[in-house]
Design a protein around this ligand. Structure first.
Ligand code: BTN
Length: 321
């Protein structure tokens, strides 16, 4: 119903709407309308009210507006349910709670900013206003061992979106960093909850540094990170970015569900900046150096070591040297 209130205001294109009109259009009492308007304001919408109980929605083009995003989506199930927040601790945390409470596959959580954004390997993910921070709930019918394939699936969709929409030269660094000219613009954090060798749910979290000024990025990452705004010298529409990403993600995930992971992996390999590069991978406290020569279907990196032997690395932090 809250979305119906939003749509009713949205349909009036910024004009004031008397509350009595909303009552007759939506057939709910005034008090419910006031409650929904209050919660929309808490979500970040700017809704102005007049003395005589008229309301108008002021569109803030700098925000991702979920009702508008939803109306532009070309998906069948990804983003049919969107939970939008001005600020949360972490969209992955919110998505995990929703998934535990039965949220359907394709539920999306988006936040304008995160107070405790999380990266891989327990790192903090700095998430100020201007980024695209979102998580998707998935319930794939596959074994837990295949979960890393979903990270590849999301990586391929993110790389395609950034390349197609902005014409940027995008690459992927194993396992899941999307790069522009060797600088990271997007990261992916996949979290899984398993049952008895089954997947209960997976949350794929995607963070894209969209309209982020580089001075908001912590100094230690400034040499290795970039943003779309920094590359393009202008702000982009984050709504279009998220919409295109969700469209691309659904198409790629459908391929995964049809058993075509090989196609996805081939696309990943074509985008990969890691394969063919000399790398150093940190696993636990060890550093392993070698040339990256491939990835396995399970997502492990294959390194050729200096003595010519091959080593499979399941997880680690990779640096191109
Ligand atoms: C990484 O490269 O280390 C992964 C970064 C993932 C960041 C995203 S932002 C949306 C979602 N919520 C989080 O707390 N993390 C992921």
């Amino acid at each position: 119903m809250k979305n119906k209130v939003l749509e009713a205001l949205y349909g009036k294109k910024g004009d004031y709407v008397p509350i009595d009109d909303l009552v007759s259009e939506l057939e709910i009492p005034k008090t419910s309308i006031e409650k929904h308007i209050e919660s929309l304001i808490n979500e970040g919408y700017t809704i102005e009210s007049s003395q005589d109980s008229q309301f108008r929605l002021k569109e803030d083009l700098t925000l991702i507006l979920p009702h508008k995003l939803q109306s532009e989506l070309n998906t069948n199930y990804i983003g049919k349910e969107i939970h939008y927040f001005r600020q949360v601790d972490s969209t992955n945390e919110v998505a995990k709670k929703l998934a535990q409470n039965g949220a359907p596959e394709g539920t999306v959580v988006i936040a304008e900013s995160q107070s405790r954004g999380r990266g891989r390997r327990g790192k903090t993910w700095v998430s100020p206003l201007g980024g695209a921070w979102m998580s998707i709930v998935l319930r794939p019918d596959t074994l837990p061992i295949n979960a890393p394939q979903l990270t590849f699936t999301a990586g391929v969709a993110a790389a395609k979106t950034i390349k197609d929409e902005y014409g940027l030269d995008v690459g992927i660094k194993w396992p899941n960093d999307i790069l522009i000219e060797n600088k990271k613009v997007c990261g992916i954090l996949t979290e899984i909850s398993t049952g008895d060798n089954t997947i209960d749910y997976i949350v794929v979290g995607i963070g894209i540094d969209a309209n982020i000024d580089l001075d908001l990025i912590p100094p230690e990452f400034r040499d290795t990170a970039t943003s779309l705004k920094n590359e393009l010298n202008e702000d982009i529409s984050r709504m279009i970015l998220v919409q295109k990403f969700l469209d691309n993600f659904e198409k790629t995930y459908d391929e995964f569900n049809k058993g075509n992971f090989n196609n996805i992996l081939n696309k990943w390999r074509r985008c990969s900046k890691t394969i063919g590069s000399k790398v150093e991978v940190k696993t636990g406290t060890k550093f392993i150096k070698g040339e990256a020569v491939g990835v396995t279907r399970e997502g492990a990196l294959i390194l050729e070591l200096e003595d010519g032997s091959l080593k499979k690395i399941i997880s680690g932090e990779c640096r191109h040297v």
